[in-house]
Design a binder for this molecule. Structure first.
Ligand code: URP
Ligand code: ZN
Ligand code: ZN
Length: 459
């Protein structure tokens, strides 16, 4: 099977030129100014960008949380991702407390198998880690699960103490693995939550007011200090605010390998979106939305490489029956929000159209850097001879509006309802297969593959 993409403007993290791309056997085989080869499928990309498929390194499909489960499974979630130009996700498998790490990975393989329409990898949420767990961790690394998320938040569920974090960092570092940190002082936050609830402050907005930027910055500072002692890199997930970013900046200025991702919600939404009533539950996520003044600093961090990647932390829960669990108590609202479908178009619109980042940096932040950070480059995150033909044809001129009616994520609200966006994903190829064309998903459920990842932090 041969596919030829003609006349596009090919943009990668470093390149920007007009040319044609021949795809054979799932990979890019020839790139040239004008290719005249025969092909089974010819796609005309005149006037369009041709960019590497997006990589979202932070999603939660079918995540059990707060007495319910995130509402996208690996079919609906990866299909929505594909509509938005993402061709690879890294989802978080969970090691439940008291269970083996391998069981957590097996459970997630079973969830994804036969459902995903794009390629996927797993990090492992690690809740127990003693030195005797090292062989299990190394087995996972050999099997392509090379990153591990540990939590300083959610006491009694996911939280690990500093000794556990230090042990996991030291072990992962021995084998090119990477610890991803949920950095927030969850122990103190829990005390603050108790006070608020005792005072009758139960509405969704109090979720944000009980989780200060200081609690996040303290977590980031501690995560970096632990990584420094363990002599390993560290990757901070879902960084939301200037105070936390400043901790990363200071470490990087000292030459410490500290890395971080932010998410579109922290660039486009704010604490004002909670309002005073229960509608604010749509935005109950952790860390919470922050004051608007944080947006500019995060964009600066993205431009100056103090933040390396943009993920979504896609973790949708419907308002009906799910968010409603916390109608009388914000601490019972399942934490998380939908986003996997919107990341590429939001960042193109808010970043490139609004002149905050270059086109090359857009590709780097939404694809290439995650491939390098998490051991998938140059198979993923590139348009180069031998790379997987994960390619998005992007119409920079098309304007559209985000609405619940038009979205594909399996959730009963749109977090950006009514937002006008310039730039639209038109055609999406995953390993050469046309996944999205003319507003339709054309591939079979289960045609996505597990990506066995290599050593992390090849950045
Ligand atoms: O609110 C969030 N972020 N839910 C998903 C779990 C996590 O902490 O990433
Ligand atoms: Zn988290
Ligand atoms: Zn998450």
């Amino acid at each position: 099977m041969k596919t030829l993409i003609k006349n596009g403007r090919i943009v990668t993290a470093v390149d920007d030129y007009f040319g044609d791309i021949l795809i054979e056997d799932e990979q890019v085989s020839v790139i040239g100014k004008t290719l005249e080869m025969e092909a089974d499928v010819i796609i005309d990309a005149s006037g369009k960008l041709v960019i590497p498929g997006g990589i979202d390194p932070h999603t939660h499909m079918e995540l059990p949380f707060g007495g319910t489960e995130s509402s996208d499974d690996f079919f609906t979630g990866t299909r929505a991702a594909a509509f938005g130009g993402t061709t690879t996700i890294i989802d978080f498998a969970v090691q439940n407390k008291g269970e083996s790490m391998l069981k957590g990975a097996d459970t997630w393989h079973a969830k994804a198998e036969g459902k995903a329409v794009i390629d996927y990898g797993f990090h492992l949420i690690t809740t127990d880690f003693e030195d005797q767990n090292k062989p299990e961790m190394f087995k996972l690394i050999d099997e392509g699960i090379t990153s591990f998320k540990l939590f300083m938040a959610y006491p009694g569920v996911f939280l690990s103490d500093d000794a556990t974090i230090y042990r996991a960092m030291s072990a992962a570092g021995e084998r090119g693995g990477l610890v991803c940190m949920h950095a927030e002082n969850g122990i103190v936050i829990n005390e603050i939550i108790k006070k608020f609830l005792a005072d009758g402050r139960t509405a969704p907005k109090y979720h944000a007011l009980t989780r200060s930027t200081i609690a996040e910055a303290e977590g980031v500072h501690r995560a970096i200090a632990l990584a420094e002692m363990a002599e390993t890199p560290v990757y901070i997930v879902h960084l939301s605010c200037t105070d936390a970013l400043n901790q990363v900046r200071q470490a990087r200025d000292r030459g410490i390998p500290a890395f971080a991702e932010t998410c579109p919600q922290y660039l486009f939404l704010s604490i004002d979106d909670y309002g005073d009533d229960f509608e604010g539950a749509k935005y109950v996520m952790t860390p919470p939305l922050r004051e608007k003044h944080n947006h500019d600093e995060l964009w600066k961090g993205l431009k100056m490489d103090d933040l390396q990647t943009i993920a979504t932390d896609h973790c949708p829960f419907c308002m009906k029956d799910q968010k409603e669990l916390g109608r009388d108590d914000f601490s019972k609202i399942p934490n998380g929000a939908p986003g996997v479908e919107y990341r590429m178009e939001l960042i193109y619109n808010g970043g490139v159209v609004e002149n905050r980042i270059s086109l090359n940096r857009f590709v780097e932040l939404t694809s290439t850097a995650a491939a390098k950070m998490f051991g998938m480059f140059p198979k993923k995150g590139a348009i180069a001879v031998g790379s997987d033909a994960d390619i998005v044809i992007f119409d920079t001129e098309k304007e559209h509006i985000f609405t619940l009616e038009a979205q594909h994520m399996n959730v009963d609200y749109c977090a950006y309802e009514g937002k006008t966006i310039k730039g639209k994903v038109e055609t999406v190829l995953s390993r050469g297969r046309v996944v999205i064309e003319n507003g339709e998903c054309l591939v079979d459920k289960g045609s996505g593959q597990f990506i066995k990842r290599g050593e992390c932090v090849k950045i």
